[in-house]
Write a protein that binds this ligand. Structure first.
Ligand SMILES: NC(=O)c1ccc[n+]([C@@H]2O[C@H](COP(=O)([O-])OP(=O)(O)OC[C@H]3O[C@@H](n4cnc5c(N)ncnc54)[C@H](OP(=O)(O)O)[C@@H]3O)[C@@H](O)[C@H]2O)c1
Length: 313
């Protein structure tokens, strides 16, 4: 696994045949014109990696925006995810094709299992995904919300290039990072800005001042300097989308990197009832966040395991 390191340019993680741009655009909760506008702004700003999912209800918007920007297909890295209800082999085959139709693409670069299933054997789901790969509909396979144990199991059935999990300065993922290095899998950080919470963090604000950058830019740079890590911040604001990409012209020192790592407080923000056993209790801060977060606007909602409040996933 290597990371190229030229300044002022997008960085990549190279894992078993996949070249994944280290910074991508998240699109959860973005739909319609908001989603199309965000994707177009991002591509114009230099992003080449876009993350969507069957559950986000926005694959058609992502596809429309990608068509509108007219960047060559082989320059783009498009990820989508198979929803929890679609993990039987038959549904994988059917719904992957439906996703491609909505995206108006011949193939996606990365197809993930969105959440591990407690009912459908992993080997069945991955078996069907391998067929999609053989048919040229999917370039690479991956998983999301997999624990180290589940990730190891997945790698026994297929070449897994990425595990997409919640990861930000307040939720360390040391075990998953170690296992990613062993299994040669990229670790894609979702909710990398802790859904906006990094904005008021004194440490990150102070560090940003030193570099002439915002706390969000410092946070995203921290991910860029972790070899096996990819980050997919979401924003609906053109200014934020552009600012989040303006992180390839400065470097954090080893001390800065360590200081950010010390912000960990085991704060898991996304913990729906269908989640696997993570092996740790959520922090009080995370429960407060789930209780007070504004109501989500997307299609898929499920009760939080800890608060019972409906959360979107
Ligand atoms: N696999 C999974 O189960 C899973 C779960 C959750 C998320 N994801 C993926 O990960 C992506 C990112 O995670 P997320 O959407 O939860 O949260 P996030 O990217 O950590 O945070 C998004 C929030 O940060 C704000 N923001 C972004 N850039 C900013 C900036 N430069 N300055 C100030 N505020 C800024 C956004 O507000 P504005 O819109 O105002 O900029 C938005 O409220 C998702 O969109 C999705 O693609 C995957």
């Amino acid at each position: 696994m290597t990371t190229s390191n030229r300044r002022n340019e997008q960085l990549y993680v190279d894992v078993v045949g996949a070249r994944i741009p280290k910074l991508g655009l998240g699109t959860w909760e973005l739909q319609g014109q908001a989603c199309q506008g965000a994707v177009r702004t991002a591509i114009d700003a230099g992003y080449r990696h876009v993350d969507t999912a069957q559950m986000y209800g926005n694959e058609a918007d992502v596809g429309a925006a990608l068509r509108a920007v007219g960047v060559a297909r082989d320059q783009l890295f498009v990820t989508t995810k198979i929803a929890p209800d679609n993990l039987s082999p038959r549904r994988v085959r059917e719904t992957a094709r439906e996703s491609l139709k909505r995206l108006a693409l011949d193939y996606v670069d990365l197809m993930l299992i969105h959440w591990p299933s407690q009912e459908i054997p992993l080997s069945d789901t991955l078996g069907a995904m391998l067929e999609l790969q053989d048919d040229g509909l999917v370039a690479h396979l991956g998983v999301s919300n997999f624990t180290p144990k589940l990730l190891e199991e997945a790698t026994r059935h297929a070449a897994i290039v990425a595990n997409q999990v919640e990861y930000h300065p307040y939720l360390a993922q040391n075990d998953l990072r170690s296992i990613a290095r062993v299994t040669k899998t990229a670790l894609t950080a979702y909710s990398p800005l802790a859904q906006g919470m990094v904005h008021d963090d004194e440490t990150l604000v102070g560090m940003g001042r030193k570099h002439g950058k915002s706390p969000e830019q410092v946070t995203l740079r921290w991910f860029m300097q972790q070899t096996e890590v990819v980050a997919i911040p979401r924003s609906s604001s053109p200014d934020h989308i552009r600012a989040n990409f303006d992180i390839f012209d400065f470097e954090l020192s080893a001390d800065d990197m360590n200081e950010i790592s010390k912000l960990d407080k085991k704060m898991r923000l996304i913990d729906p009832s269908l989640a696997p056993e993570w092996g740790a209790q959520p922090s009080k801060d995370a429960m407060q966040w789930q209780l007070h977060k504004p109501a989500p606007g997307t299609v898929a909602e499920t009760p939080s395991r800890h608060t019972g409040k409906s959360i979107s996933i």
